[in-house]
Design a binder for this molecule. Structure first.
Ligand SMILES: Nc1ncnc2c1ncn2[C@@H]1O[C@H](COP(=O)(O)OP(=O)(O)OP(=O)(O)O)[C@@H](O)[C@H]1O
Ligand SMILES: [Mg+2]
Length: 279
């Protein structure tokens, strides 16, 4: 895996790390609904950043704005010091990869073939090379296969290389999606609910996998509803509520912020019983 090779742009004050992603005042409006409202976010190399918030808070919509799937109504996104290209395919080539809340694999392809699809964005073969199976095509095909096998091993799926992805258990499909994203050689990996539907053992393994990905030099932005997972994993956390950033900060600060607790469980109704006001 290539380590992140972000050029030094704007180091965060005191962090000593390079700024990879800078989103400024991003707004995404659907008719009368501002699903994302003036959201700003910075992510640096080697960081694991969490994005939390109740259902419908705008987390996935914000991911879609970052990855070129949506063009924000207003605001800007810079990646490695340059404006984000307007197409998802170009965003991937720039070094940003993602997984989806609803798994999107090619179900009639094997695990290995799914990872190889991710690899193709880094190959230079053209149609003529491929049709006539010219040497460059054959060489790139060999390299893509070897790299994809390595990545399957990295996520723990080496034994399932030839299994059709639709026959893999749910947790394995999620890991396969991560392997496919890694095959594009990203500098920043975005994960939308990577442990949804996983049992506690699988969730722990996913946590370990994300740490190992970070240790390769990537930055990770992860959406999750599992708070234990988020606060174990993340250096910093953004909490989104109704499209706006309610709180941002180190995990231990966000975790104990009463506004975050309230956003998830609502304001407790305090009923003072007569004569019990001081209790
Ligand atoms: N393409 C769209 N057109 C119209 N409204 C949309 C669209 N996509 C999302 N929304 C609305 O935007 C709001 C935010 O949705 P989003 O999927 O981003 O939330 P989320 O935080 O990812 O929620 P969850 O935790 O349930 O996945 C919701 O009210 C949703 O209905
Ligand atoms: Mg979502």
């Amino acid at each position: 895996m290539d380590a992140a090779t972000a050029t030094t742009v704007d180091a965060a004050p005191g962090s000593g790390k390079d700024l990879l992603l800078s989103a400024t005042d991003v707004t995404m409006q659907f008719g009368g609904l501002k699903a994302v409202n003036d959201v700003s976010m910075q992510i640096h190399t080697g960081e694991i950043v969490g994005l939390i918030g109740p259902n419908g808070a705008g987390k996935t919509t914000f991911f879609n704005c970052l990855t070129g799937l949506y063009k924000p109504t207003s605001g800007s996104v810079e990646f490695i010091g340059r404006p984000l290209p307007p197409r998802p395919r170009k965003v991937v080539r720039e070094g940003m990869a993602r997984t989806f809340q609803n798994i999107r694999l090619f179900h009639n392809m094997t695990a290995l073939e799914n990872v190889m699809v991710g690899r193709y964005c880094r190959t230079k073969t053209n149609a003529i090379d491929a049709i006539f199976r010219l040497p460059r095509h054959r060489r790139e095909e060999r390299e893509a296969t070897a790299r994809s096998r390595e990545l399957l091993a990295f996520v723990g799926l080496e034994k399932h290389a030839d299994t059709l992805s639709r026959n893999l258990p749910y947790g394995d499909q999620r890991r396969l999606e991560i392997a496919r994203a890694l095959a594009t050689d990203p500098k920043l990996l975005l994960l939308d609910e990577p442990t949804a539907g996983m049992n506690p053992q699988e969730t722990r393994e996913a946590e370990d996998l994300i740490f190992r990905i970070r240790d390769l030099g990537l930055a990770i932005l992860v959406i999750e509803h599992d708070m234990r997972f988020i606060f174990n994993l993340c250096d910093r956390v953004y909490c989104l509520v109704r499209g706006e950033v309610l709180v941002e900060g180190p995990g231990e600060v966000v975790q104990n912020d009463p506004r975050v607790i309230e956003a998830y469980i609502g304001t407790p109704q305090i009923v003072e019983e007569e004569g019990n006001a001081d209790a």
